[in-house]
Ligand binder design. Structure first.
Ligand SMILES: [Fe+2]
Length: 285
């Protein structure tokens, strides 16, 4: 009996150093992964380019370029320097139209007037000859003056409103925009004249609430999940993007594109999901 006990003791002694080694390696991996998703995953400003081929767009709009940016969450990983870089990158693409689909602010951050002034100066520099349009996101109700700030930066703020846009011809397209349905009460519209229609919404799941025959729906909010795993994709998405959260969907004959955004919410981390904005090039078939 004594001999057996001694043998078992020996085995236990050998087991412990292995377990210790394993735990140390695990802790190192977790720390490195944490540093990576905080400081490397959040780097860069990527442009995701999409070609939209359609026969529904008036011919005069062939070659149209729209830049769609979203979810800045100012003060998280986007500061004034980064915002200036974003603006420069947008202008370098020479878009005809620029749209913003909400969450300029972040509800965890109290923005002083000084910062709002900086944002205004930066966003004012965005150039788009056919117009700049914005809607609100759920975080934009956490600080005052979002719609004024966007208007003062040269954006048309669409609060359940629409506008017609003409480009080299007599047939216009329509752009409509709705505020965050999580924080506001959008008044979804339908129209008699059937123009090619672009809808701006913040939460992608709101696409199911639209009443217009819109052709192209642009949204943000999901951040693509912020943390994406290879072969799996997003592991968590917020309310309002439970059904739709990836880059593209076809929903009831509407093309839905979701920008994964430039900032972060909750945790300042991104994994396989660098900050980005979208560029759409239109081709009339
Ligand atoms: Fe957001």
């Amino acid at each position: 009996m004594e001999e057996v006990k001694e043998k078992n003791k020996g085995k236990e002694k050998k087991k412990h150093p292995r377990l210790k080694k394993f735990l140390i390696i695990l802790v190192i991996i977790i720390i490195l992964l944490g540093l990576y998703i905080r400081f490397v995953g959040t780097l860069g400003i990527f442009v995701k380019e999409y070609g939209i081929h359609t026969n529904k767009l008036p011919e005069s709009f062939d070659g149209l370029k729209i830049v769609h940016f979203s979810d800045i969450h100012y003060g998280t990983i986007v500061d004034s320097k980064k915002l200036d870089e974003i603006v420069k990158k947008i202008n370098d693409l020479k878009p005809n139209i620029v749209v913003f689909t909400g969450d300029l602010y972040d509800e965890s951050i109290d923005l002083s007037d000084k910062y709002k002034e900086e944002i205004k100066e930066s966003l004012s520099k965005i150039q788009a000859p056919l117009g700049k349009y914005a809607v609100s996101g759920n975080h934009d109700y956490s600080n005052d003056g979002y719609s004024e700030l966007m208007k003062n930066s040269g954006f048309t703020y669409l609060d359940s409103e629409n506008e017609l846009i003409y480009y080299n011809g007599d047939t216009p397209i329509r752009i409509e925009g709705y505020p965050s349905y999580l924080k506001d009460k959008p008044d979804y519209k339908s129209y008699e004249e059937d123009y090619y229609t672009i809808s701006l919404i913040h939460e992608p799941d709101a696409i199911l609430k639209l009443k217009s025959n819109s052709n192209l729906v642009l949204a943000g909010h999901s951040h693509g999940g912020q943390v994406r795993l290879p072969f799996i994709g997003a592991i968590y998405t917020p309310e309002g993007s439970k059904k739709y959260y990836n880059e593209y969907y076809k929903v009831n004959d509407k093309d839905l594109y979701i920008s994964y955004g430039l900032g972060t919410s909750l945790l300042r981390i991104r994994y396989f999901d660098h900050p980005s904005f979208n560029l759409y090039r239109f081709f009339v078939d």
